[in-house]
Design a protein around this ligand. Structure first.
Ligand code: RAM
Length: 339
């Protein structure tokens, strides 16, 4: 709630500042601060709030940036498009987007770029042509395969597996799920199968209902993979409420701060994630480097990213942060204090 109130306050201040700026070309020019918006899939998600903490750390280090956190109330492309249209009118300097749809945002982000705004995607990508750089938290193949390996370890390479995802259009989850299916083809998983992918839309109540739906549809369900922080938390609650601990195993991508209880009581023995603070921090450094002309986004360039070192720009503007952590009883408390 406090976070929402502070966002509203910042937004109203920005609106005042932008209108006060009248017809000048760049909203940034007057106070020497470049204005960047960290546009997330939806508000009310602790993962993205941790990313914003990282963005604000970068702001403090860089000294020439101002980052405003924004997102629609639900994880939809329409909601993001509406916000981007407003930001074009306000002439912000950069928009860093975790996209709800890899293609649907392209026309509006192209319009933003034509207006001189630096657009990058991060976390959940926009397709080539709709952004300059796409920052992935980690290698998508690695993440997807690792998710399947984590559940296989828990079910002893056996049984029916359900996937509880975010939205059906989410670039990041869809890419990871594709690699889970690839991993599942290996001979060691012959006694295991993915029975269904369901979508909780990164909303806690829908994710919870979808998890319960999997339990009733598949009475022999051995495990759930939920590659979304909202989904894995809802899945853990559902398993606990239905008394299915030990019968239905759970893994996914979760925030240690939200999942500590379920990891320590064995509902979710192991899960993975990268550091979201570092992700928001890196996205901010990339925007600053693009705005100030340190980089253009061409393959082979090195992005100066503060404490994250230098990150190379790969083919088609792709950039990758680092390897995910795996959390279990032995380390969850330590990480829970950080994100
Ligand atoms: C949710 C969002 C986000 C994803 C994490 C793992 O918070 O879907 O995009 O990266 O989970």
């Amino acid at each position: 709630m406090k976070k929402i109130l502070s966002i509203l306050l910042v937004l109203s201040l920005i609106t005042v500042a932008v209108f006060a700026n009248g017809g000048s070309d760049k909203a940034a020019a007057d106070d020497g601060q470049y204005k960047m918006v960290l546009l997330v899939k939806s508000l009310g998600n602790g993962f993205f709030e941790a990313c914003d903490d990282g963005a604000q750390q970068a702001v403090a280090e860089l000294g020439n940036m101002e980052v405003v956190y924004m997102g629609p109330s639900q994880s939809t492309a329409e909601g993001q498009i509406e916000i981007i249209e407003t930001l074009i009118a306000q002439k912000v300097d950069a928009i860093a987007i975790s996209a709800n749809d890899r293609d649907a945002l392209i026309p509006v982000t192209k319009k933003a770029m034509a207006a001189g705004i630096k657009v990058i995607s991060w976390d959940s990508g926009i397709n080539i042509g709709g952004r300059i750089i796409d920052l992935a938290p980690s290698n998508a193949e690695f993440i997807g395969r690792q998710q399947y390996q984590l559940i296989a370890e828990l079910t002893g390479n056996k049984g029916q597996i359900g996937i509880l995802s975010a939205t059906s259009q989410a670039t990041n989850q869809n890419e990871w799920i594709k690699w889970m299916y690839e991993e599942a083809k290996k001979p060691e998983y012959a006694d295991m199968e993915i029975v269904e992918v369901v979508y909780g839309d990164d909303a806690s109540d829908k994710s919870y209902r979808e998890a319960v739906g999997l339990f009733s549809k598949y009475p022999d369900l051995a495990g759930i993979i939920s590659p979304t922080t909202i989904g894995v938390l809802a899945g853990a609650k559902a398993i606990e409420d239905e008394g299915l601990q030990g019968k239905v195993q759970l893994t996914g991508l979760g925030l240690p701060s939200e999942m500590q209880h379920y990891i320590e009581d064995g509902t979710c023995v192991q899960m993975a994630l990268w550091n979201p603070v570092d992700l928001g921090y890196t996205a901010t450094y990339i925007c600053e480097a693009l705005i100030t002309g340190k980089i253009t986004g061409a393959e082979g360039e090195m992005i100066p990213a503060g404490r994250m070192g230098e990150i190379p720009v790969g083919a088609d503007g792709s950039a990758v942060m680092g390897a995910p952590f795996v959390f279990n009883k032995s380390n969850v408390a330590k990480f829970a204090a950080i994100f």
